[in-house]
Design a protein around this ligand. Sequence first.
Ligand SMILES: Cc1cc2nc3c(=O)[nH]c(=O)nc-3n(C[C@H](O)[C@H](O)[C@H](O)COP(=O)(O)OP(=O)(O)OC[C@H]3O[C@@H](n4cnc5c(N)ncnc54)[C@H](O)[C@@H]3O)c2cc1C
Length: 389
Amino acid sequence: MDAQLSIDDPYTEIRDAVHQLCAGYSAEYWRELDKARRYPTEFVQALNESGYLAVLIPEQYGGSGLDLGAACAILEEIQKSGGNGGACHAQMYTMGTLLRHGSEAQKSRYLPRIAAGELRLQAFGVTEPGSGSDTTRIRTRAQRQGNHYVINGQKIFISRAEHSDLMILLARTTPRDQAEKRTGGLSVFLVDLRKAVGNGITIRPIDTMMNHASTEVFFEDLKVPAENLIGEEGEGFKYILDGMNAERILIAAECIGDARWFIEKAANYASEREVFGRPIGANQGVQFPIARAYAQTEAAALMVTKAAALFDARERCGAEANMAKLLASEASWFAGDTCIQTFGGYGFATEYDVERKFREACLYRVAPVSTNLILSHIGTHVLGMPKSF
Ligand SMILES: Cc1cc2nc3c(=O)[nH]c(=O)nc-3n(C[C@H](O)[C@H](O)[C@H](O)COP(=O)(O)OP(=O)(O)OC[C@H]3O[C@@H](n4cnc5c(N)ncnc54)[C@H](O)[C@@H]3O)c2cc1C
């Protein structure tokens, strides 16, 4: 590994600034949104205005040209403050697909407006009901007809589609059985949702256990200009994988933020709450799980830092991105469960926010890739054991 890990945190300024911004969005704000299943429009707008959602966009396109480590610091701070970056994190990683594989014309047309907050690129359309984790089996089909592609099919669990102007979409341009390899024949499109909704796209919200603005998206003879194809036709799987590493690392950073929120809450409550005449945190049965959660979180955070450093150095980082997501999502899950145990009955009362954060943290052991699929990646790609599928 060429990328060197430093023990100094280079992002303290950015962390402080994000912390201050988040202080303007109280626990009550997030609680009310959760109850009403409302999108945090004001919060996302404030992040846009402060330039935080454009940190990865190069300066020549109006962003601040910072690295993935900086983006991780931003998302971690949002989660640590009690908020939920899931409302807007996609702009950071989907933008990378456009930046790394888009044409100059596409980049100069869209990136400056995304950086300025005029266009929202928050939707990433990969998952389908019939393919699940096996992305190569997606069936949404894009067929070239003159200067357009005509798209038919269905996506599921597409977050934020109703709050996005653009979607990065993965579709099949060559049927799987006719492609040279199973990962071939997939292509990536930039879909302008403003024009498409009602003209080939129907979006239906899915109610989930947390406030995540998830939707089903139906495509019926949607016409997408051929100029909106990103990169080369048939090479889309490669482009998406690139973005998926960034996605896994950024979401891992969010999990670290969640874990830190749970640990701080639990440690404070355990020190204050007195039962049997002493603080519950004096009991090792309460104290040790919190200490263990802290140790697990610190270890996972190191893997997130390593994965981001490799990504920023443009080194191979698939294994590290996966391990960061695995370890961080398990650390936040354990910290969340520990926090609920520490709070006892109060952990279930919405006014303490623990149950809301716990519901939100649950997602990341399943999405954007499940723990089993990560273990399979490590078992087969890293350790060379035989594959089961
Ligand atoms: C709230 C939410 C938001 C989401 N947002 C988006 C989004 O914006 N865009 C998008 O494209 N997708 C999104 N997703 C989809 C998400 O990425 C998938 O749910 C996830 O990848 C798992 O796919 P699946 O649900 O089809 O599960 P399945 O693939 O059906 O898997 C179900 C279970 O079986 C296990 N399993 C499957 N195959 C194997 C195997 N071979 N070996 C061992 N275990 C296996 C899995 O680990 C999992 O535990 C979102 C999901 C949720 C819940």
